[in-house]
Design a protein around this ligand. Structure first.
Ligand code: ZN
Length: 408
């Protein structure tokens, strides 16, 4: 009985610790009193929780002028110098990386194009070189690296850190965590790219904290991260959200996954490029790797190019048809369209919106919100949040000595 009670208290304390750290991550710096009122805790409880966190250097405190009271108050914040985190996104046409301090201050952000036909080996070497550079930058600043989170467009096995299957890339069973932990000597986390984008939306987006929303990642691939009642739907093996490979068009194009008429064969990057070419729009071959063509087409769209806007309008409606099915299935408050193609969808937002509304049942479409392309909703930010979540759940991690971050 006593053991049970002790366990429960520990549980509550851990939950409160996570909540305090989460408040500081999203709203810091904050005073103890402010944290207490935001979380509905007593000042004493907050002080109890904060004390070991200060000792472990996970958070620090600074003085501020408490106007009116005549004495300085203390503000708590995450300790930005505690260490750093690295998020990597391995997309089908580019590799992106961000190196950030624990307080989310970005130290280095970098992107390199990858040819859509490039092999697994070429892409991984590119990613590994970028990680190596980031770790050198971290070491120069004497920052301990708490981990690397890799977001990838495919079925990801988070249990053993394996990239199981890329329906568009064709990659199969890549033991990324094992390979990279051996190579870099820091914890490696893997995440599906759309899930990572949804995690970013949950923590940092314009509707941060929303409990029911759909994040739709539109790029070379197409997938969704869906939050229901504040929980990311992962499914039995964590593969949920592969909406791009659901049926869309009878007698449609053959998809890279081998099926015919998948949704992504109509609104994915490859399909959009083909539709633009068919409409007579010039897209130089040299701009196709790395997605430079997206900037080109976005510029044409904002200049009012009729042929471009006509194609994008069709793509917008096709996106709306599919999105409406997801809305009717999950009843979200918000649909967030992200991914590299979001900037091409933005000019035709009205087409997406009107299609979703026309295709959704009356009561369900009321107050349904559509957000297209928001910078804070970035899979890289989701990756940083994933690593930070691990630190929050194990505050003692921050006391560990700094490991050698570079292999060899
Ligand atoms: Zn498919």
């Amino acid at each position: 009985m006593y053991a049970k009670q002790k366990y429960d208290r520990g549980d509550i304390r851990e939950m409160n610790t996570i909540n305090v750290l989460d408040e500081l991550r999203t709203n810091g710096p904050l005073s103890r009193a402010r944290i207490a009122s935001r979380l509905g805790l007593t000042r004493a409880t907050v002080s109890n929780i904060v004390s070991p966190l200060l000792k472990s250097a996970l958070i620090n405190e600074t003085e501020f002028d408490d106007k009116g009271s005549g004495r300085p108050g203390m503000l708590l914040n995450l300790n930005p110098e505690l260490g750093c985190m690295i998020a990597v996104e391995i997309d089908l046409d580019c590799v992106s990386l961000v190196l950030a301090k624990v307080g989310l201050e970005v130290i280095w952000k970098h992107r390199e194009p990858v040819g859509v036909g490039d092999s697994l080996e070429v892409t991984l070497v590119r990613a590994e070189n970028m990680v190596q550079q980031a770790l050198v930058k971290a070491r120069r600043r004497k920052l301990r690296c708490f981990g690397i989170c890799v977001a990838w467009a495919g079925l990801v096995n988070r249990e053993d850190g394996r990239l199981e299957y890329g329906p568009t890339s064709g990659w199969r069973s890549v033991p990324l965590r094992a390979d990279w932990e051996r190579r870099f000597g820091v914890p490696i986390y893997v995440e599906n790219e759309a899930h990572s984008g949804a995690i970013a939306a949950y923590h940092f987006g314009p509707r941060a904290g929303a409990r029911n929303f759909v994040y739709l990642s539109v790029g070379v691939g197409l997938a969704a991260g869906i939050f229901v009642d504040g929980i990311l739907l992962r499914g039995k093996r964590g593969f949920a959200g592969q909406v791009g490979h659901t049926f869309f068009e009878e007698n449609g194009k053959t998809c890279a996954c081998g099926k015919q008429g998948c949704w992504v064969t109509e609104v994915g990057a490859k399909a959009v490029v083909q539709k633009l070419i068919d409409a007579g729009v010039q897209i130089p071959q040299a701009t196709r790797a790395g997605g430079d063509w997206i900037e080109l087409i976005a510029a044409k769209a904002s200049a009012g190019d009729g042929a471009v806007l006509k194609v994008l309008s069709q793509v917008g409606r096709q996106l709306g048809y599919g999105a409406a099915r997801i809305v009717e299935t999950f009843n979200p408050s918000t649909v967030i369209v992200g991914g590299r193609l979001a900037q091409l969808i933005r000019p035709v937002e009205a087409d997406v919106r009107s299609t979703i509304l026309a295709q959704t049942l009356p009561c369900m479409r009321e107050q349904l919100e559509l957000i297209i392309g928001n910078e804070s909703v970035d899979p890289l930010m989701g990756g940083l949040a994933t690593i930070f979540d691990v630190i929050m759940q194990n505050p003692s991690l921050s006391k560990a000595s700094m490991p050698e971050v570079l292999a060899g």
